[in-house]
Design a binder for this molecule. Structure first.
Ligand SMILES: Cc1ncc(COP(=O)(O)O)c(C=O)c1O
Length: 437
């Protein structure tokens, strides 16, 4: 690998030994932020941690207890590389809530949907391939795509999700440049980080475009059941069986600590996924799967999802009303579910440059640049409302307003005058060239 591509640095004695693909493994802004934002005095609107305290502990304790009583040592043993059969059947019930009819034989249980992303990437991506995704997109999916040396091409979105016309243009441009497009990665419902939902008409149109161009759709749906007022449209997989790999997870509707998610794949791909799963982890955690299976069989899990919805709805409302009160000059999305609000700052504010000042004011957010692979997003920030209480959210937004007002005052004072004014002129946000041409 070339000097420039090497991960790590000279303090690492194995600096020159890494495989080329390790160059894609760079610490994301989100990751670096967790360390700072975990200080108790900082209100973190940065991370996407589910509010697991809303899950009554006795439900979990009871399920764990029953698993040990009923299954004994089996619960602590290796299991099947595809997952526990009873849980795969129950996963069908969960997916049916979003219109998916499937066979338990096509479900592969994974160590969180994150691991399913890794396995799908391992199966499909060669160096130089292209993954099309929304712009912005989920950070850690892009880290995986990059680690397989694929390029991510971002298709713009609006309040109804990915724009089909733009998708067509991107595909045409990529094909004209001789690029191989392997996956269309999408988070159609309550998008991370944009908070928007792909409309039903666009779901159908995007599926048709993918089919026309022979592109496999990777539908990542961790938030679909966490709607506030009305459900998201049915999953894309509900109308297209052969061209979609669907990913689900128990991380947001139960708890991420179980590290249990799944992939529902076309039959031939499913076989490869099981082999890849076995090669990576032998089998996903038997204990976690059996506890979840017991929980789904005995607890009112749909009511628990309702409880989560209520918690997140209240927090979203707290965030939007605080934004309206303290930062009316900003624009933001109004999510009907999930965890995130995507905020657009007035020009020429730079979300990345502003972050240290925000942390100094004891509020953390994620700069928009984290969600693009091409330097875009300087004018955006992602605010998470999932974990902090409504009071903390209001406090966090007040602090953010202090930072933003301070930055704007500074710009107004110096704009266009002298050296600082000229320097500020250069921070104006302009779209960088796409990373894939
Ligand atoms: C869009 C998206 N996909 C996948 C994941 C990974 O979730 P899991 O805990 O199932 O690995 C997350 C987690 O935040 C996410 O937001």
């Amino acid at each position: 690998m070339t000097e420039n591509n090497q991960p790590g640095n000279n303090l690492d004695p194995w600096y020159s030994h890494y495989a080329e693909r390790a160059a894609g493994l760079r610490a994301s802004e989100v990751r670096a932020l967790f360390a700072v934002a975990s200080r108790p005095e900082v209100v973190s609107l940065a991370g996407g941690m589910p509010f697991v305290s809303a899950l009554p502990q006795d439900l979990v304790i009871n399920a764990m207890d029953q698993v040990m009583v009923k299954q004994g040592p089996t619960a602590l043993q290796y299991g099947s590389g595809q997952g526990v059969p009873a849980l795969r059947e129950q996963i069908l019930e969960v997916m049916a809530l979003e219109g998916i009819q499937a066979n338990a034989d096509d479900v592969v249980v994974t160590t969180g949907s994150q691991h399913a992303l890794e396995l799908v990437s391992k199966l499909f991506l060669d160096p130089g391939d292209v993954v099309i995704s929304e712009g912005p997109s989920y950070v850690t999916a892009m880290v995986i795509f990059r680690s397989y040396q694929a390029d991510v091409d971002h298709v713009p979105m609006d309040e109804h999700g990915m724009i089909p016309e733009a998708l067509r243009e991107h595909i045409t441009r990529l094909k004209a440049a001789g690029r191989t497009i392997k996956l269309l990665y999408t988070i159609p419902s309550f998008h991370n980080p944009a908070g928007v939902t792909l409309s039903w008409e666009r779901r159908l149109e995007i599926l048709a475009i993918a089919k026309e161009h022979d592109i496999l759709v990777l539908e990542d749906n961790p938030y679909g059941l966490l709607y506030f007022d009305k459900p998201a449209p049915d999953a894309m997989r509900s109308v297209e069986e052969d061209g979609v790999i669907y990913l689900g997870t128990f991380s947001k509707t139960l708890a991420p600590g179980f590290r249990t998610g799944w992939a529902l794949a076309p039959h031939a791909i499913r076989e490869k996924l099981v082999l890849a799963n076995e090669a990576a982890v032998l089998s996903p955690s038997s204990f976690s799967q059996l506890v979840i299976s017991e929980y789904l069989a005995t607890a009112d899990w749909k009511e628990q999802i309702n409880t989560f919805r209520g918690v997140y709805r209240e927090r979203k409302e707290a965030m939007l009303s605080a934004l309206g009160e303290h930062l009316p000059q900003l624009e933001w999305t109004n999510p009907n579910g999930g965890f995130y609000v995507w905020v657009t700052l007035p020009e020429p504010l730079d979300s990345k440059a502003m972050l240290p000042r925000a942390v100094k004011e004891l509020v953390a957010y994620t700069p928009g640049t984290a969600f693009y692979g091409d330097g875009n997003g300087r004018q955006n920030i992602r605010l998470s409302f999932c974990y902090p209480t409504p009071d903390q959210i209001r406090l966090g937004i007040r602090r953010l307003a202090t930072v933003i007002d301070g930055e704007l005052d500074l710009l107004e004072t110096f704009a266009g005058t002298g050296k600082l004014g000229a320097a500020l002129g250069t921070t104006q946000f302009t779209s960088p060239p796409p990373n894939v041409s």
